[in-house]
Design a protein. Structure first.
Lengths: 112, 234
């Protein structure tokens, strides 16, 4: 029963985020707003961390798996990927490595 | 036979079994190429092509898996909260790093795609590539890109970041959990975050923060950067 309650709380924050995104029309998805809402709720002690801990940890530990159905969707774009594979892959690889370098180095500099 | 293969029971089980097996292989051989997401995606695509089952069927049948993606983004909020004091004490540097990171990501992907001859539509669709899928779709739509193509790019970036990101960071000497988490979340969204989530709660927390901040910053600045780029390049 405890687990079901935890799932319900997490879904509740998702729902609240979706609602907020729908009402305010900000171009930020409901799940991201829900994530910010749960941080606020925890920070202002509206809910205790233990109320979602078990399910949150389960979700975090298995996040990679939830991505697979979306990842398989890449098969629908083989054509364009094949046609423009060179500029696409060069741009993606260099850009991803640059972002890693900029953020990583700026955050690593002062060691803590 | 085919009708049995085209059921939620079979496709969900296949996805889970391949994923678990790939994870075991990775634990045993420690090669970044054995990334469980990459392997499972490839095996499932192979299965769908051979058995002539459409992606739409697979997508519908595995909703029970993909449904949990958004709740796991909510769970990142829980992870973040556990490090809230650390974030507060360093908020200026985090915001600066993230702003420069987002800008670098958008400008460099546009620049290199243009230099290597990508079409205008591809370039626009590439601009929000480092962002989590739902934000990327919105940004792409707003800028006149092709949302479903953007989703494909987001996934390619995510898989690339998940497979090579952490090794690359080690090579350039980025080691602390905060820097690793933020930069992987910023460059490869939830997939990058997922690739390090087992290393510790601090990695997931900063991965989630990197992903959220990059998503929000990109949603705000990408349309401007793209407009400016199109004005200058075309």
């Amino acid at each position: 029963m405890n687990l079901i309650k935890q799932v319900a709380i997490i879904l509740g924050f998702w729902f609240a985020g979706e609602l907020l995104s729908y009402i305010t029309k900000i171009p930020i998805p409901g799940s991201i707003l829900g994530m910010l809402l749960i941080v606020l709720a925890l920070e202002f002690k509206i809910i205790k961390p233990t109320r979602v801990k078990l399910v949150a940890n389960f979700l975090l530990n298995n996040m990679a798996m939830f991505f697979i159905p979306a990842g398989v969707g890449i098969m629908c774009h083989f054509k364009i990927l094949k046609q423009e594979w060179l500029p696409i892959s060069v741009a993606i690889v260099i850009s991803a490595l640059l972002v890693l370098t900029v953020v990583g180095k700026l955050m690593e500099r002062k060691n803590d | 036979m085919i009708s049995f293969l085209n059921t939620p029971l079979f496709q969900v089980s296949l996805t889970l079994v391949v994923f678990i097996t790939a994870k075991k292989l990775q634990n045993k051989y420690k090669s970044p190429l054995l990334n469980p997401i990459l392997i499972t995606v490839l095996v499932v695509i192979g299965f769908l092509l051979i058995s002539d089952i459409s992606y739409d069927d697979y997508k519908k049948h595995t909703m029970v898996i993909s449904f949990w993606l958004a709740p796991s983004v909510i769970a990142l909020g829980y992870a973040l909260y556990n490090f809230i004091e650390e974030i507060k004490s360093d908020v200026k540097r985090i915001l600066l790093a993230m702003f420069l990171g987002s800008l670098t990501g958008i400008v460099s992907v546009i620049g290199f795609a243009y230099l290597f001859g990508a079409s205008k539509l591809t370039i626009i669709s590439l601009a929000p590539k480092s962002v989590t899928t739902p934000i990327a779709i919105e940004v792409s739509k707003e800028m006149g890109g092709v949302p479903s193509l953007t989703v494909a790019f987001v996934i390619v970036v995510g898989i690339f970041g998940a497979v090579f990101g952490h090794s690359f960071l080690k090579i350039i000497g980025v080691k602390n959990a905060k820097a690793v988490g933020l930069s992987l979340g910023a460059s490869a969204h939830a997939l990058g975050t997922a690739s390090i989530s087992e290393k510790g709660p601090d990695y997931s927390a900063f991965g989630g923060l990197g992903m959220a901040l990059n998503g929000i910053i990109t949603a705000i600045i990408a349309p401007w950067v793209v407009q400016l780029a199109i004005f200058l390049l075309y």
